[in-house]
Design a protein around this ligand. Sequence first.
Ligand SMILES: NC(=O)c1ccc[n+]([C@@H]2O[C@H](COP(=O)([O-])OP(=O)(O)OC[C@H]3O[C@@H](n4cnc5c(N)ncnc54)[C@H](OP(=O)(O)O)[C@@H]3O)[C@@H](O)[C@H]2O)c1
Length: 370
Amino acid sequence: MPKTFRQWVLAKPLEGPLQPDHFALREISLPEPAAGQALVRILLANIHSATRKRMAAGGTKVGATDQTNFACAVVVKSRDPVFREGDVIHCQAGWQEYQLVSSAETAIGYPPVSEIVKAANGTNSPLLYAFRPALVKMWSPSILMDVLGTSGLTAYFGLRECGPLMPRDQVAVAGTSGSVGSIAAQLAKIAGSRVIGFAGGADRCRWVVDTLGIDGCIDYTADDLDAELQSRFPQGIDFFSDGVGGRVGEAALKRLNTNGRMFSYGSAASLYGESPATGAPPPSIRRMMGISEEVEEILRRRNIKAEAWMVTDFFRERLKAEDDLSRLMFAGRLKPVANLVEGFEMLPEAIAGLYRAGRSGKLQVQFGTL
Ligand SMILES: NC(=O)c1ccc[n+]([C@@H]2O[C@H](COP(=O)([O-])OP(=O)(O)OC[C@H]3O[C@@H](n4cnc5c(N)ncnc54)[C@H](OP(=O)(O)O)[C@@H]3O)[C@@H](O)[C@H]2O)c1
């Protein structure tokens, strides 16, 4: 066991574009777990699209790391009755090689967990649990944290809650080159629907169609998005999956049919824009997902069912979702897509690069192996 470990911290306030020199490397002593804690070695960290916004808004302090990343880790020492040495777990973690976790602690940035999730996880956090050994044997940390992590589960529950999707349904999926969207588009195709995605540029669109096997893809940077949507959806849209908002959200909403369905789970357009909004959080989850009063009125008029929530609300059914997604991957029907960067030292460049261009699937930084 090493005596120290490495950690990236925010080096200076974030003004202007995010650059690798906004990160500084520290070496700190490896802690001993206290009673009720476990020490874990981080194998891989998912980098979420709100990372830059957190840094700009002061959610990540200068001199500190961002503790809100979702990570796959292996337990190396445990004084927590829930975890045993060798367990491979899902947890929240900093940009660092080791982490202390505790089943008694609640999740950072999430409401208290329900009793049923507490019972399933054995912890007070929806995001802290040991993966089942069968899944660890079958899938890499990258897949555990992407298709079987919050991205896959968001797509799975979103399509289910707004479904069932039928073969005749015309489906539009925003953010198809991204983590949740790439899975949502594939699940809609598996349901037999006609699926058209969105991506930024002709190359990205080609990648989407070739990789995901869906029916088409619209370049969201096109001048006349309304005309593009009109020609791709002559009979209108029956189901719209939206993790993006912005121009794509507005244009798709115009073509959403009466009695249609909409799944709003995020606002990537604002997170990837030139300067992410850092104001006060919206008053409700629906407003946070871009469903304004005006949009609510359109939804009411056209009798559109719109779902907006955090995926952790459905974690009582996580095991079933993991099994279903796992089966689809095993059968070769669902393709994992991740943007995997190797090496702890690459983390600043990877995070800064996320906001430049060319992201496909979830950005993950791998630090170690089992
Ligand atoms: N509700 C929940 O529980 C939940 C769960 C997971 C994620 N989320 C949220 O969902 C959103 C997406 O997450 P993700 O992990 O899928 O993100 P991601 O992997 O970073 O993908 C983002 C996608 O958005 C697209 N995009 C970026 N800017 C755009 C713009 N201006 N117009 C149209 N498309 C644009 C990108 O397309 P190109 O790369 O082709 O430009 C990419 O496909 C985020 O807001 C995230 O916080 C919510």
